[in-house]
Design a protein around this ligand. Sequence first.
Ligand code: SAH
Length: 349
Amino acid sequence: MEDSRGRTVGAGYVNPASGILVRLLTRGSALPSPDWAKGQFQRALQRRKALMGDVEDLRLVHSEADGLPGLVVERIGGYAVVSPDTLGAERVLLPWLLEEIEAAAPRGVILRAVAPIRQREGLAPRLEMLRGEAPEGPVIAREGDIRYAVDLFGGQKTGHYFDQRENRALCRSLGEGRRVLDVFSYTGGFAIAAALGGAGSVTAIESSGEAAAALSGNAALNGVTVEVREENAFDLLRQLVRDGERYDLVVLDPPPFARGRDHLEAALRAYKEINLRAMRLLAPGGYLLTASCSHAVSLGEFLAVIEDAAGDAGVPLTRLAVRGPAPDHPIRVEVPESDYLHLLALQRD
Ligand code: SAH
């Protein structure tokens, strides 16, 4: 690709059917090749090893942030789960990297290409084995000594959010002896971490029946007790406030309320609502771990919402930490949207 003055910018792949016509792979005169892709992959593995040590279950490739646009690769239970979101990632990067991926995950390579975003690239959903035999049931994702069962061949709702690994560890250390409420719990990432940290009680709220069932299974797998409430978090939070309930640790990890800037206003209102209610549920000295994973919501905007909610709730809070995703989800400095996950740790007076 050249700029308007005829200078070479770099080389990338093109999809005329996509809203993003070109995705750059290399800068200057260097050309992408299978060797170049292997180099990118190895660098992604090395930086994880440097920052995280020998972790078995993690995200190995995080798209643009690892210099492989459109391609996500996770390793779970010895299997690689490959998710190409773009035509170029599926047709070019994946074939170039299949051998490397197989070497990193010898039990098998699963193509799990079901993200709705593929439609914008003109791609149909695909779910198939590329190498090895399909797992017979759920496989186990480990986070330290915590085990989560993950159905790699399941329906829409499957997988594990590795990005919150370190924030779950924070939840675990804050949870000891506490009454914990984990809202938007999915398969229990935070709830089980808190229970293993010695929480006095753990209640999880999750509206999806499939996820709630997996959550109960994960609690049993880890030998802990979690009360699972399969309900709409907005309604239940309101009711818990009305009933005068109190918790010593509340976790809010909602789905991305803003998929794009055009949903920003509504998203900010939704963040404010759940945070305001969660703050009202805090016992004196109680902690709030509150997250946003909306690409369209900046840290500044999220902080402003929290300040606003605290003001309206009349709850005095100290901010203890501002955190992002674990190092297997690196952030590309020149792509602000890749800085999508923010988690604040707050404490009530
Ligand atoms: N905290 C989880 C990840 C949460 S993902 C972890 O650590 O793994 C967001 C979850 O919120 C999804 O499981 C989704 O089913 C659930 N959810 C979405 N809307 C909801 C609502 N209104 N009430 C309760 N749960 C909801």
